[in-house]
Design a protein around this ligand. Structure first.
Ligand SMILES: [Zn+2]
Length: 303
């Protein structure tokens, strides 16, 4: 494996180490792994202006352009069952009180939570998605990252961060702010990738490097949790190829009309999807260490 340890421009966001091992390149960016805590991150970070690009656009299977709010909403509605699952996980663990969905897109998770009587606000940086979220849910949708919002401490019982972690400028800054605005015993639900050592470029259709800056390693979240004052109370890991080559994902609309047509015809042409799944899962991705995880972090009552 090629090593470019000398090229890392910043210490690890999680543990502060500068021990960085090159893994692969895509879109002109180098992704590597902190050999101390396992966090995967870019050797050079893109400008902060690109922070919001592609956020909440569903599975990253298309070009890194901002999806139109309506397309985004269609993809989100396809994930309603997943959002219902997230909400029931939170209800089982969180104290009573208000929730906040960071990177709320067009508000589908907010609508699901509201349907079960939860008071909830959102944060969305992309204006057309934010407007649609406000219109569809009537909820208060903030227009800035929480680091820049003047939110009172212990304001929320639960915070959700789905498909957002990889886009953050500094995960430790955002997670620390979330910790500050959570009640003691409050819950952070994080839905994001966890990748094992040995991850390679061919292990994902597209990593959207540049748009994505960070990927958790296998146990990086425990390091963040210890450092900030959270306890990891739940982890649900799904193998990424299993999700990517599923009927559900093939029927989830993306931004490319052509690709949507190909994916739909794979599902409805007898035998095609099972053979494709067998080949991709059993042959091509046997050693793929890419997982998509649902993680529940509880704010410790005594830090
Ligand atoms: Zn580290």
């Amino acid at each position: 494996m090629q090593t470019k340890q000398e090229n890392v421009s910043q210490p690890c966001d999680c543990c502060g180490s500068s021990q960085w091992e090159y893994r692969f390149s895509e879109n002109g960016f180098d992704l590597g792994r902190c050999t101390d805590c396992g966090l995967h991150y870019l050797s050079e970070m893109p400008s902060p202006n690109s922070r919001a690009t592609g956020m909440k656009a569903g599975l990253s299977d298309d070009s890194p352009h901002v999806a139109q709010a309506q397309v985004c909403n269609k993809a989100e509605r396809h994930r309603t069952r997943k959002f219902q699952h997230f909400c029931s996980l939170i209800r089982e663990s969180a104290p009573p009180g208000k929730w906040l969905d960071i990177g709320c897109g067009t508000g589908t998770l907010i609508a699901v939570a509201m349907a079960s009587g939860v008071e909830i606000e959102g944060v969305e940086l992309i204006s057309d998605r934010r407007e649609l979220a406000g219109m569809l849910t009537g909820a208060k949708i903030h227009d800035r990252p929480i680091e820049l919002l003047d939110l009172s401490p212990a304001l929320f019982a639960a915070v959700t961060l789905t498909d957002v972690f990889s886009h953050l400028l500094s995960p430790i800054a955002t997670l620390s702010n979330i910790h500050r605005i959570l009640q003691p015993g409050g819950i952070l639900l994080l839905y994001t990738s966890e990748v094992g050592d040995g991850v390679a470029r061919h292990h994902n259709y597209s990593w959207d490097l540049g748009d994505h800056r960070y990927y958790l390693g296998e146990h990086t979240i425990e390091r963040y949790a210890d450092k900030i004052g959270f306890e990891l109370v739940y982890r649900e890991k799904a193998w990424a190829p299993d999700l990517l080559y599923s009927r559900d994902n093939f029927l989830t609309p993306g931004r490319s009309i052509l690709r949507n047509m190909i994916k739909t015809s794979c599902v409805y042409t007898p035998g095609v999807l099972p053979i494709l799944r067998w080949y991709m899962l059993k042959m091509k991705n046997r050693d793929n260490p890419h997982y998509v995880s649902t993680l529940l972090l509880k704010k410790r009552t005594v830090s």
